[in-house]
Design a protein around this ligand. Structure first.
Ligand code: 5GP
Ligand code: MN
Length: 336
């Protein structure tokens, strides 16, 4: 899939939202272990629904109900409920930043059963689940798609909606550094900033603030990184891992590990970078990045995961070394 939503798909999404009455239950869902794009696009859209007069809007994500500290004060956070408090039989479901049903856990069945559902996403690996698909692989973030639907619904941007969409856009573009940081990305950022939001203050809160223990943990995990110059058919791979014991020793929640891929991917000698994060005994959440030579989403999809060409992930099993061995082998297979 390379093209964005068709005119018919946009019209169907608008019709799906308008098919709900002001007192109908509307459930918003984003992916497990939500990041800035998942939460920002979902809550920004949820605030937009409120502006349209919808009174019964809830937002949730599957699994442990942990809202990372940096997002505790994001506008619309009051829409968030644990999975157990999500509407059982909502009139309408909207799904944000979810490439496949596996990222919805037990909530996948609710999407399948809903009278109307709309999926807003930007992953090329999106599997096409749900009623109406608004999937644009060219979009830098799901919030670009959310902005497109909000404007078609006639919702004006205000500072609260804009802060949510800005957090999402800044998260998925690496603070406007990555390749998909196009003219239209900056045009959207300009429209968002024009509402009066403070990009500097938002960036400090979301990206540049962490507990001392998180910094110490980061130092330790980076300190054990391994560079394999001959991996990925000579393009090089750098990797590290973190265990539940590491988190416990430093008193840190799992989400602090998600930022670790950024220093690791900066290693000049490696095209491919990887962080293997333990989520349970024998189970690892794997983050993969490429500087351009390797389509890491191919590796991730072959392991039941997904993502983008240069940023992808999957769940691996066994020891951390088993996961590294698997990726090393798959990279060589993909490249030879
Ligand atoms: P991250 O490494 O930041 O967790 O994820 C990078 C990209 O890969 C994101 O676009 C994310 O949606 C995708 N991704 C990460 N883990 C998984 C996974 O287990 N399954 C799928 N389908 N996609 C994943
Ligand atoms: Mn995203």
């Amino acid at each position: 899939m390379t093209l964005g939503p068709s005119a018919d798909q946009w019209a169907a999404a608008v019709a799906a939202v308008r098919s709900a009455g002001p007192d109908d239950e509307i459930q918003l869902i984003c992916h497990v272990n939500p990041d800035g794009d998942a939460l920002g696009s979902m809550l920004g859209f949820g605030l937009g629904l409120r502006r349209l007069g919808f009174t019964r809007v809830r937002a949730t994500f599957p699994g442990d109900f942990v809202v990372p500290d940096p997002y505790r004060e994001i506008p619309g956070v009051d829409l968030l409920v644990p999975e157990s408090d999500a509407f059982a039989e909502p009139r309408l479901i909207l799904v944000f930043d979810v490439a496949s049903e596996s990222r919805l856990g037990a909530l996948a069945a609710r999407v399948a059963d809903a009278p109307a559902s709309v999926v807003l996403d930007h992953h090329a690996s999106n599997t096409g689940f749900g009623g109406v698909q608004l999937v644009d692989p060219r979009a830098a973030a799901t919030s670009v798609v959310a902005d497109g639907l909000l404007s078609r619904l006639g919702v004006p941007l205000d500072a609260e909606i804009a802060e949510c969409l800005y957090i999402a856009l800044a998260t998925d573009t690496g603070s406007f550094k990555f390749d998909m940081t196009t003219v239209s990305v900056h045009e959207l950022a300009a429209r968002l900033i024009a509402t009066g939001i403070r990009p500097g203050e938002i960036s400090r809160r979301i990206f540049d603030s962490k507990p001392f223990g998180a910094m110490k943990l980061t130092g330790e995990v980076i300190g054990r990184a391994v560079l394999e110059p001959s991996a990925a058919a000579g393009r090089g791979m750098v990797w590290t891992y973190a265990t539940l014991a590491d988190l416990e020793r430093h008193g840190q929640p799992p989400y602090v590990l998600d930022a670790l891929i950024d220093p690791v991917r900066s290693v000049a000698e490696a095209d491919v970078s990887m962080v293997v994060k333990q989520v349970a005994p024998g189970e690892w959440s794997v983050s993969l990045r490429s500087k351009g030579a390797v389509d890491v989403s191919g590796v991730a999809v072959s392991q039941g995961g997904g993502g983008h060409r240069l940023a992808a992930g999957f769940t691996g099993y066994g020891e951390a070394s088993d996961v590294v061995d698997t990726v090393r082998r798959l990279l060589d297979e993909h490249l030879n």
